[in-house]
Design a protein around this ligand. Structure first.
Ligand code: AFP
Length: 347
């Protein structure tokens, strides 16, 4: 039996102690999130048994049907964070506006954004779902936090991570010192270090995209995806298709095995479907820390300055060479369009 393990607490503590000026507030905030995710994991495990699956008969701010577990996950995270004195304001994919800390509690120096249960349409079919979080240092100088604290570009994140509730529960996070993964040991209720310093392959085996949208993408994106499938074998290694429809699960597989995830803009979603602040930015921070990259097709995700809490963005994320191939294909098509006769890339 293994008797020497690294718990998430010990790992966070060791990382914090590299910075003598650290107050421990961020470390404690990360423990709060780990606690919330254990509570959510337990609710998900029991879901089929206690009949909490299914719709809560409510719609969230995006107009999507809220599942009961969405509501549970959202409330769990808010409850685990709001009384601690570590955050000044929160933002949730499930809430229309920023979430203030209740007046009876003190505020702290961090602002946090989260997607409490990403991929929730997978809940009723027992597929993997996840929680995504993103932490910024507050920029408002006083008071109880404002929208400016959460409307920051991804490059200003001080920490980001996700929890995947799959065959096991995993938490992957970064504070800018590499991306590290922990697996929940349900017998002792602790996240244990299982994937230290994750490095994603430079080019991967998989491409993940909802190809039912193919006919609604611009021609250049169609050409890029055809390239990933093997039509540009001289430029990029041909890939296998894998798509779950749960960003956390699709991203996690490609992070470990190598590959690329795309959610391009299409004629139904001209700005893309995924949310910059709750999905793209935190995943981009992790991807870059794992030596991958993330763009909206052309621009680095972490450089995008948000103007709206629920802003959407196209997302192309994963192994560096594969993301580069898509960016090159789109750039070449744009250059062709702007210089003379309009030539569409061949399908
Ligand atoms: P839900 O949380 O509504 O299931 O959306 C999941 C998601 O935001 C992301 O996790 C998936 O990658 C993407 O949407 C799937 O979208 P499609 O169903 O359009 O492929």
């Amino acid at each position: 039996m293994q008797t020497s393990v690294t718990t998430i607490e010990r790992f966070i503590f060791d990382q914090e102690h590299r910075y003598p000026e650290a107050t421990g507030e961020l470390s404690n905030l990360l423990y709060d999130i780990a606690l919330a995710s254990k509570i959510i994991a337990a609710a998900i495990r029991r879901a089929g048994l206690v009949n909490i699956l299914g719709s809560a008969n409510a719609r969230n701010v995006q107009g999507e049907e809220q599942q009961k577990l969405d509501v549970i996950a959202n409330e769990t995270i808010k409850n685990c964070l709001s009384h601690t004195g570590r955050v000044c304001v929160m933002g949730s994919e499930e809430d229309e506006n920023i979430i203030p800390v209740p007046p009876e509690y003190p505020v702290g120096k961090y602002a946090i954004l989260f997607d409490p249960l990403d991929g929730s349409s997978n809940i009723d079919v027992n597929s993997a779902v996840g929680t995504i979080f993103s932490i910024y240092r507050r920029v408002s100088m006083e008071g109880r936090g404002t929208a400016s604290d959460v409307l920051q570009p991804g490059c200003k994140q001080v920490a980001a991570g996700y929890v995947m509730y799959g065959s096991s529960t995993m938490l992957v996070y970064t504070t800018g010192q590499g991306a590290h993964g922990f697996t929940l040991d349900p017998t002792i209720g602790e996240f244990l270090l299982s994937h230290p310093r994750i490095v994603t392959p430079r080019s991967g085996k998989y491409y993940s995209v909802n190809e039912s949208n193919f006919g609604r993408w611009e021609k250049a994106m169609q050409a890029a995806v055809r390239g990933l499938k093997g039509e540009s074998a001289e430029a990029v290694a041909p890939k296998n298709s894998r798509y779950i429809g749960s960003l956390v699960a699709d991203f996690h597989r490609n992070l470990i095995a190598g590959g690329i995830f795309l959610y391009p803009a299409d004629s139904n979603n001209p700005r893309g479907k995924l949310r910059l602040l709750y999905e793209a930015s935190p995943m981009a921070f992790i991807a870059e820390q794992a030596e991958g990259s993330a763009t909206d097709g052309v621009n680095r995700i972490l450089d995008i300055v948000p103007t709206q809490l629920h802003q959407r963005t196209p997302l192309v994320i994963g192994s560096r060479e594969d993301v580069g191939f898509v960016a090159d294909t789109l750039r070449r098509a744009a250059a062709t369009r702007s210089s003379g006769p309009v030539v569409q890339p061949a399908l």
